[in-house]
Design a protein around this ligand. Structure first.
Ligand code: HEM
Ligand SMILES: *[C@@H]1O[C@H](CO)[C@@H](O)[C@H](O)[C@H]1NC(C)=O
Length: 473
């Protein structure tokens, strides 16, 4: 969900405009406010710019960590003009996302909502959200995704094969293609190649616009993205019509969307269907790609660990290659070390570093007031990197997951009503990819550049340039 965690590329003009509206609204509300509790500690920065400049001029996690040291687990600040309460404890995150979720709604900038599609489930709360969420979940049940294993294997192998013909592979960029293809598979099942190509190209234009300045003037990336978005809707409509003509019934996500009827017999409109398809593609692609890229880096940097992971796959490979069998679901459930590598990578990289909600009423939390209309941000990354919950948090150590983390301290897929419904598919495709990677290929990272880049997800610098070679165990 690229960019969900940072509002927009910072721009002073945009910021000033936004804040003018916010400030005038807030002044009106102040009079009626609950006076029993106090606002959380923290500084709001300069009236208009707030602490946005500070946030953007350094790694956001450094910003949060320094605030957390100073003020504790809950503190206020202002980002792009919005007053925010940041929450850096598992209890507070659980309060907002799980136990008091009805008092908070999802909140995204309007410009992003327009690009993804306003009917996409993650912008919603209540009945509509619950309905669509059920449809997503039922297309991602273990019984459904286990049938995708041979296709995912095929996609993984042909991606890897093609990388051996490239001089230098930008790992993140190629992982995005892999994750996109798996996303298409979960949504449409076997989609005709020509549809896949036009979806891919038009979607990549949307993707570029998502992370650019949201100015809708001819020539801007944002404008191009909106146009491509319209074309995507048309393509999805065509796919739907074709399916209806042939009256095929399928258990993929599109099949579930098409079969849906609410209590009053209402079916979903083509807009709602298209918005949710694009929404799921969007939620699935960068997250999975970023996670895989980090795993390749962590494994590359720890040869001993890599050898141990290879050992785990050696046995499985022997079982299968004799009869050229595909991986079984059972085998994917039996890769304990690889699984720990994945969860430790999710903790270390904390790809979704935080999320946003907005208080729909005045809320009281442990004697602090969170005023109606304020944003709240559960800071997943700070929780994942707190030595209270994870000892030596900056060390990559999969063995820490030999015991379960303390309750509510590990939330790479969020928590509560909006928690990631794609987590099993994400892990499955990563396991399958790693199985083929470590048993049939070798990779070397090119260059010694260290550090993190924000794309806006955290990824290794330059997307981890690497070379890939075929190789057998
Ligand atoms: C490693 C990969 C992934 C990570 C780390 C991840 C993480 C997350 C997180 C943290 C949320 C909650 C955001 C919030 O509460 O604001 C979320 C929501 C969501 N994710 Fe994922 N995700 C991943 C892969 C996927 C995949 C593969 C799919 C689909 C096939 C997917 C579909 C969704 C959807 C639809 C939502 C919105 C759910 C709702 O609002 O009810 N994600 N994801
Ligand atoms: C985008 O979609 C349209 C169909 O609506 C198609 O004709 C066009 O070739 C696609 N664009 C790209 C760049 O693939």
């Amino acid at each position: 969900m690229a960019g969900f965690w940072l509002f927009v590329i910072p721009s002073l003009i945009f910021c000033l405009l936004l804040v003018k509206v916010m400030v005038s609204k807030n002044n009106k509300k102040k009079k009626k406010r609950n006076t029993r509790c106090k606002l959380p500690p923290g500084s709001m920065g300069w009236p208009y710019l707030g602490q946005t400049l500070q946030l953007y001029s350094q790694d956001p996690n450094v910003f949060f960590t320094s605030k957390q040291k100073r003020y504790g687990e809950i503190f206020k600040t202002r980002i792009l003009g919005y007053p925010c309460v940041m929450l850096a404890s598992p209890e507070a995150a659980r309060f907002v996302l799980v136990t008091h979720a009805h008092m908070f709604k999802p909140t995204y900038p309007r410009s992003k909502e327009k690009l993804i599609g306003p009917s996409a489930l993650f912008f919603h709360q209540g009945d509509y959200h619950a309905h669509i969420r059920k449809l997503v979940q039922s297309s991602l049940y273990p019984e459904t995704i286990r049938k995708l294993i041979p296709d995912i294997e095929h996609i993984a192998l042909s991606s890897l094969q093609s990388w051996t013909n490239m001089r230098i592979v930008t790992t993140y960029k190629e992982m995005k293609k892999f994750a996109f293809d798996v996303g298409i598979l979960a949504i449409f099942g076997h989609l005709e190649g020509s549809y896949k190509e036009i979806l891919k190209h038009n979607y990549s234009i949307v993707d570029k616009g998502y992370n650019s300045f949201p100015m809708n003037l001819p020539g801007t990336s944002y404008h191009k993205a909106l146009m491509a978005r319209k074309r995507l809707k048309t393509i999805v409509s065509e796919i739907i019509s074709e399916r209806r003509e042939k009256s095929v019934l399928k258990t993929d996500f599109l099949g579930h969307l098409l079969n849906f009827k609410d209590d009053k017999g209402r079916v979903l409109t083509k807009e709602e269907i298209a918005d949710n398809i694009i929404g799921v593609l969007f939620a699935a692609q960068d997250t999975t790609a970023s996670c895989l890229t980090w795993i390749l880096k962590y494994l590359h940097d720890d040869k001993k660990l890599l050898e141990a992971v290879k050992d785990e796959h050696r046995a499985l490979l022997k079982e299968n290659s004799r009869e050229k069998k595909p991986l079984t679901w059972g085998q994917t459930r039996n890769m304990p070390l690889t699984h720990r590598v994945i969860v430790e990578s999710l903790r270390m990289a904390s790809i979704i570093s935080f999320t946003f909600r907005e208080a729909v009423v005045d809320v009281e939390y442990k004697g602090h007031l969170i005023p109606k209309g304020w944003k709240v941000m559960p800071l997943f990354r700070n929780i994942h990197h707190n030595s209270k919950y994870f000892s030596n948090p900056e060390v990559f150590d999969p063995s820490r997951f030999e015991v379960n983390p303390k309750p509510n301290t590990f939330m790479p897929f969020g928590s509560g009503v909006h928690a990631c419904p794609g987590n099993e598919l994400a892990k499955l495709q990563i396991l399958i990819f790693l199985h083929h990677l470590v048993s049939k290929f070798r990779w070397e990272v090119v260059g010694r550049e260290k550090g993190i880049e924000y794309s806006p997800f955290p990824i290794p610098r330059n997307g981890l340039p690497a070379t890939f070679l075929q190789h057998s165990l």
